[in-house]
Design a binder for this molecule. Sequence first.
Ligand SMILES: NC(=O)c1ccc[n+]([C@@H]2O[C@H](COP(=O)([O-])OP(=O)(O)OC[C@H]3O[C@@H](n4cnc5c(N)ncnc54)[C@H](OP(=O)(O)O)[C@@H]3O)[C@@H](O)[C@H]2O)c1
Length: 251
Amino acid sequence: MQCRHAAVSSLSGALVVGGAAYLLRQSRLCGQYGRYAQAGSRCWPAPLAWFLQEVPAFLVPLLLLLGSDAPDQGTGRTLLLWTFMLHYFYRSVVYSLLTRGRPVPLKIIVSCVIFCSVNGFLQGHHLLHCAHFQHTWLSNARMAAGVLLFYLGLTINIHSDHILRGLREPGVFVYRIPRGGMFEFVSGANFFGEIVEWCGYALAAWSLPAFAFAFFTICSIGPRAYHHHRDYQQRFQDYPRSRKAILPFIL
Ligand SMILES: NC(=O)c1ccc[n+]([C@@H]2O[C@H](COP(=O)([O-])OP(=O)(O)OC[C@H]3O[C@@H](n4cnc5c(N)ncnc54)[C@H](OP(=O)(O)O)[C@@H]3O)[C@@H](O)[C@H]2O)c1
């Protein structure tokens, strides 16, 4: 398949504009799922919802990879493509099997399916058909640092998800103070891990689509961490005072 430069630029631009719009919207109202879901909205069980809404970001790049006619994909692009897909395999299969979250509103599921399909296509198509990786010491060092950062973020994200799950028994939707790991520093430790992941991915890929996705992620879950932080402070009188919302020691 030929690189579709116009589609790559338009979709990357849409991620940036969409991210900025979502950030603005969340200055008033947090994304309405989980503790902020509106009463009475039509919902699906969390395991099914998380599987359906995240799996396109794993399947679309996989289909692009299988359908690609270039026999040698190159180390850089193959590594990054599998890195991207690994995250979404975790989120769509492992996370959804283990989640103890409350049911997810249908409109959130639909918007995530669209987002994950488009972003899966954008990242997969760009890596497979557009990206050119140079093998200078600088680009190799950047790729190594980015991939390391990605795996550090993934570890923080998975560990934080594990801590959150341990706070409740299945079917009981209570909220408790998360403790341990990066939660000692920030209220949104899972979000912090995910932001580190996609910033690492952008550093390694060094491309417009990867930076656009990292920007979208910051706009999408950065404010959510802030809303959670405020919610904890209002809910718990003994909430740790030194804990920040999303950036350790800073914000
Ligand atoms: N890349 C992106 O743009 C993007 C966007 C959205 C999400 N994500 C990722 O998807 C994952 C889940 O996101 P999310 O927004 O659902 O995270 P979240 O609001 O922190 O919730 C994560 C899970 O933990 C439960 N939970 C949260 N705080 C709790 C507490 N204090 N006590 C007990 N249980 C608690 C939630 O239950 P309830 O559902 O019942 O609240 C939910 O099952 C995160 O790792 C996030 O990084 C990524």
